[in-house]
Design a protein around this ligand. Structure first.
Ligand SMILES: Nc1nc2c(ncn2[C@@H]2O[C@H](COP(=O)(O)OP(=O)(O)OP(=O)(O)O)[C@@H](O)[C@H]2O)c(=O)[nH]1
Ligand SMILES: C[C@H](OP(=O)(O)O)C(=O)O
Length: 235
């Protein structure tokens, strides 16, 4: 199975602009990408990045860490730098770029292609293992709010159409092509980090690079209101 992680560092995570500067959003997006890549690898697959242009890894402070710093953070196991990861460059928007990768199915270059978004900071190897093993010509892990956070495609008759209620659109597309659909019910895969209100989920449920970055940036869980959120220490 080819496991693809689409990622853009071009004004990433714009919906987090109310709480993070553009430079901070880039750093945080890279940290989430790192967490997702690590989880995919721990689930037994080699992640492949799908990017609009070659990664400017200098935008990620992680890439400039010394080897010993990286090894220490990884709990003793050295991490492969993002720059050394298998990468496909496609400067088209998300949907045509992903469909370009899915053409491997029609070309006979892959039997299955998984697409896992880079903002799934809560993803664990166990949750991804469930996704990769789910049945169906198309297996979908829906996102909260109607998105498609991750999917596995096994049939060349399916194409993606992201944004809006893409979960509903993808189910319709599969039905129109007479393809079976597996749905992966997973809190971890359903939680993409788009908006300020999503940050608390990272602090509550993860202990990876993304959570560490948020804590370093001064974020902490704020349970002073009936709905738990985050507050930033310097505000
Ligand atoms: N290769 C590629 N990946 C993209 C592109 N746009 C978004 N992505 C990635 O697709 C996933 C879902 O992205 P979104 O949450 O829709 O967009 P975002 O840019 O991360 O955040 P917003 O600016 O808040 O919409 C993330 O992993 C993004 O990095 C694109 O044009 N090309
Ligand atoms: C890629 C897109 O993500 P969202 O914009 O919903 O976060 C989608 O899931 O269709």
């Amino acid at each position: 199975m080819d496991v693809i992680v689409p990622f853009t560092a071009r004004d990433p995570k714009s919906r987090l602009a109310p709480v993070l500067s553009v430079a901070e959003r880039r750093e945080f997006a890279f940290e989430m990408l790192r967490d997702v890549v690590t989880a995919i690898e721990a689930a037994g697959h080699e992640p492949e990045l799908l990017v609009p242009r070659p990664l400017d890894v200098t935008a990620s402070p992680l890439e400039t860490e010394t080897v010993s710093e990286t090894t220490e953070r990884a709990g003793g196991a050295a991490e492969k730098p993002l720059a050394d990861r298998s990468t496909t460059v496609d400067d088209r928007p998300l949907t045509p770029a992903v469909n370009g990768v899915l053409s491997r199915l029609a070309d006979g270059d892959a039997a299955a292609v998984a697409i896992v978004m880079a903002d799934l900071a809560l993803a664990t190897p166990t949750a991804l293992h469930r996704l990769f093993g789910a049945g169906g010509d198309v297996a979908i892990a829906p996102g909260r709010g109607g998105g498609t956070n991750a999917l596995v495609v096994r049939d060349p008759g399916f194409a993606v159409d992201y944004h809006g209620t893409s979960y509903r659109d993808h189910r319709r597309a599969a039905a129109d092509a007479a393809l079976s659909v597996g749905v992966v019910d997973s809190m971890r895969l359903a939680t993409d980090v788009d908006e300020p209100g999503d940050l608390v989920e990272v602090l509550l449920h993860t202990d990876g690079r993304s959570a560490a970055w948020l804590r370093d940036a001064g974020f902490e869980v704020d349970d002073s209101e009936s709905r738990v959120g985050v507050r930033r220490a310097d505000e």
